[in-house]
Ligand binder design. Sequence first.
Ligand SMILES: *Cc1c(COP(=O)(O)O)cnc(C)c1O
Length: 425
Amino acid sequence: MTKSEALFERACKVIPGGVNSPVRAFGSIGGTPRMIRKADGTHMTDEDGNTYLDFVNSWGPMILGHNHPVIREAVVKACEDGLSYGAATAREVEMAELICSFVPNVDMVRMVNSGTEAVMSAIRTARGYTGRDKIVKFMGCYHGHSDALLVQAGSGVMTAGVPDSAGVPRGCTRDTLSAVYNDVSSVERLFEAFPEEIAAVIVEPVGANMGVVPPAPGFLEALRKLCDRYGAVLIFDEVITGFRLGFTGAQGYFGVDADLVTYGKIIGAGMPVGAYGGKREIMQKVAPVGPVYQAGTLSGNPVAMAAGLAQLTLLKEHPEVYTELNEKGAWFYGEVKKLVEASGLDAQTTSCGSLGCIFFTATPVCNYETAKTSDTGLYAKYFNHMLSHGIYLAPSQFEAMFLSAAHTREELQGVLDVMQEFFRR
Ligand SMILES: *Cc1c(COP(=O)(O)O)cnc(C)c1O
């Protein structure tokens, strides 16, 4: 038995499923999760001493690679001054100023501790601002695990949400309407049915939690127009895309402004951080200036802020990171596409910047329904082939590959070779 296996056995006795987040489980691909001991640059090392070239990158935060010395030093230095005060600090001000300086239409920002909290709070703010209750989300988009958002709703866009999870009362999802990603008419129909009741439309501007599903040309623009026409708040959930596609995230990448934006992952550089922000007029509804209550004992935690500030500052000092990362992504996923096509396998490749994905299906993927046609059994084989060659992918078909600035072309070429070996079989 390996150390990972022994630890996992212990873990299963005291942690549900042995993991602290279901996405870490190996249920869908077989085997037991590798217990990771440390990570540096592009590699992670498990408790048995195996090293892996990592494409999960903590699900996105490690855009500069693991254990960046500048970020580490900032954290260690912050620790010397104490771990938390529960009072206002200079670093929070700097963090908010930095985010607002990067993103022109974000005038104010509130720090929280996770992406889930950021989205939950943005929704509450949109409801408080509009005085409306209903929200529109897209099937297959993930916005954290708060009650109202745990809805994919299978049965057509007009049905009010049915919770996906046990423990979510129907009442919590009654006002959650589901639309089809990349299908503007599905959103139009909801606005026509509830013209004065929809507080917000929330969307992942690049779908990255059903595999990677980029927005079709015009999709985000159409959402902007519909929200303007009906007086609803447009929320971009940029927990993955924020500071990944560029400083201005998907908003800048696609040239569409949202009213509220949520962040997470990269802005914490690996610490538990989230944020929501947007137009002053809307953000001033938040307590203590406004009537929308939202709070957090550890929000804006000094150590977490030190990590996030260090990462964002590094990115600011090296703006070429984004050009290089997006070029590297275009090249790499382009090569993956070629391999897939040459293999004759029923598979689709999708990508946007440094995010990419292979869907094992003959159907072109543009939304949740089409993503779900994937052969997850074949993904499991692919995953295990890659893992046995020291390449750590997400243990699920429906997740993205995250390239970091640290990945070298040589490493990526090596990955392509291992992929090719799999596709040839
Ligand atoms: C990860 C993620 C979240 C949730 O963030 P947590 O920090 O895990 O709570 C929300 N929205 C999107 C788009 C995400 O990818």
